[in-house]
Design a protein around this ligand. Sequence first.
Ligand code: OSB
Ligand code: MG
Length: 367
Amino acid sequence: MDLTLSCYRFSLPLLNPFTTSFGTQSERAGYLFRLDAGGVTAYSECVTSDEPYYSYEDNQTALHIIGSFLAEMVWDAPSPETFLERAGVIKGHNMAKAALEMLLWEYHSRAAGKSIVRMMGESKGYADAGISIGMSDIDTMVKAVGSSIEKGYRRIKVKIERGREYGILSSIRDHFPDAHLSADANTDYRLKDIEALKRLDRFNLEYIEQPLAHDDLLDHSKLAREISTPVCLDESITDSARAEQAFELGACSVINIKPGRVAGITESLKIASVCARNGGHCWVGGMLETGIGRAYNVALASMKDVDYPGDTSPNERYFSRDVVKNPFRMTDGRLRPNEGPGTGAVVDESYLKEISAETKVLLRRSC
Ligand code: OSB
Ligand code: MG
């Protein structure tokens, strides 16, 4: 069997710039991966971006780790489990690992003629859709919340930052007293800011996402005891062991699962069951993925243990034209995962070439 692993360096402009407490993103630029073996083709997406602001990984570190270490570990198209055992020798770099782990999930489900959803486990058959709204002036944010509610999104999350949290959330609450609302701080606060966070209790948020440092559990557990708003962790949860520790400490009651952040689908599924076992809740987040990464996220978000609406919005929210020919549509605030085989994403190969500055073969083997 001949095997080829290749990557595309792509960029796609976002319809609207996306502002979080760590900066503004106006395009999605990164790497897509393709595996060809035994007549089967699979695609995946690495969720890193050009800057190491969300986490320490960025596009360059991911390509370095993949090109220099991980690529050779997929020479025989191993199962995701076997790949993770091999990759375990490398500390961290979960986004780089996830790009290949997910590629192997898709490869094996395509080879078996099954959908990735069926390979993952028991599905609800749909994913409840929420939206993540970036920061801008208050009027624009209030309008964005209003139009998202009209479109049928089941949960509205807004980005906040130190000093702007009260203004943003009080205006939104004034206009939409009953909205299912949450706020994502992307690590902008510390325990010394606790008074500002306590003042948010009056807004009846579903949860506040990652208020404190990216690698912290202990201070979150102290915060969670002092505020009535439930705490949701994103950046801090890097694997299922950390998820167990978070529940043991009382650091959170909700987890935002991003397959990229936790080295892929295998660990994402484990985290979902950790949440269920501990009486917590979870949902699937996003990293502004193209239709390739989105197809994995929607499949995961449809799993039975994923019980809250996620950030998995339909493709049209992000790009005027996506790299897939079959974008997700939202009906009644829900997306249906593709039927497959694999993720079911139908990649528009000529458009993918158009948006790619470079294509590179990382591994070619006969086995
Ligand atoms: O913290 O969830 C986050 C986007 C980039 C980096 C971090 C985050 C996000 C989002 C967007 O909130 C979620 C999405 O719509 O894909
Ligand atoms: Mg987040």
